[in-house]
Design a binder for this molecule. Structure first.
Ligand code: BTN
Length: 257
């Protein structure tokens, strides 16, 4: 991984400082530890993770030297109830960045799975540290880049994909990372400058979830309905068969056919 090449092309505060590790447990865990002593926008990048974390307590498959594992430290001036917007923001930024650098038609599955050809190419895990009114947010981004289909472990082989599989050629991870950091800078700046509505409109434009029949598992509840919209705080508005609307902050969503 050529970190100097990335640094040369950074346009704003996000990614100005980069910490690179050949191997670590989880870049998110590391970023949370470093969040008090490091500047906003610092990025932690690893070539490999021993215990990569996914959403909902899952593990994130993190083999060496092929994929992107990156966590960005943010210090948002947002109310804690608006933290879902950080997740929405990062999904919009990553979608733009991957589209620009690969030409692939990435869409977002609520809240922030990066999807192409109905398969998952990447995911984002946002973790917060709230203490004495100070908020630290860590945006952890995992993207499958130069992986062949037969390299995926059995449990995700049917549902996961990579840039290489979809494009048919390898792509430099540095190019995608640079684009992500610059796009996060752009959309995070907009969000902090009262651009919440513009950001939500952009998320709606890039998602493939709205209007679809879906199933959402929230803990031990399973809900079925139509994914109608997202509200001003980034929650999914699910229209149930009863006609009632349910607002969902977090859950495991499956699009039904
Ligand atoms: C998901 O489950 O969809 C989210 C996956 C997030 C994975 C990334 S890889 C970099 C960062 N460090 C982690 O331990 N997880 C995130």
């Amino acid at each position: 991984m050529n970190i100097d090449e990335i640094k040369k092309k950074i346009r704003g505060g996000i990614g100005k400082e980069i910490f690179f590790y050949r191997n670590t447990g989880s870049t998110n865990t590391l970023a949370l530890e470093l969040s008090d002593t490091s500047a906003e926008g610092s990025a932690i990048i690893a070539d490999c993770q021993e215990s990569g974390k996914g959403r909902l307590g899952r593990t994130w498959w993190s083999p060496p030297e092929s994929n992107i594992y990156m966590s960005i430290i943010l210090k948002p001036r947002l109310d804690a109830s608006h933290m879902t917007l950080i997740t929405i923001m990062s999904a919009v930024a990553c979608t733009h960045a991957i589209r620009q650098t690969t030409g692939l038609n990435i869409t977002i599955k609520w809240p922030n799975d990066l999807i192409v050809s109905d398969k998952k190419m990447g995911g984002i895990l946002t973790e917060l540290k709230l203490r004495k009114g100070i908020t630290r947010a860590v945006v952890g981004i995992g993207i499958n880049v130069n992986i062949d289909a037969d390299q995926f472990p059995g449990d995700i082989r049917e549902t996961a994909t990579s840039v290489k599989i979809e494009k048919g050629t390898t792509v430099e991870r540095e190019d995608i990372i640079t684009a992500i950091l610059n796009e996060v800078d752009r959309w995070y700046t907009l969000l902090q400058k009262n651009g919440k509505n513009l950001l939500l409109e952009e998320w709606k434009r890039l998602t493939s979830t709205l209007g679809k029949k879906i199933m959402v598992v929230i803990g031990n509840r399973t809900l079925y309905g139509i994914a109608e919209s997202i509200d001003g705080e980034g929650r999914l508005v699910l229209r149930l068969a009863s006609g009632e609307a349910e607002k969902i902050l977090s859950g495991d969503l499956t699009v039904l056919r």
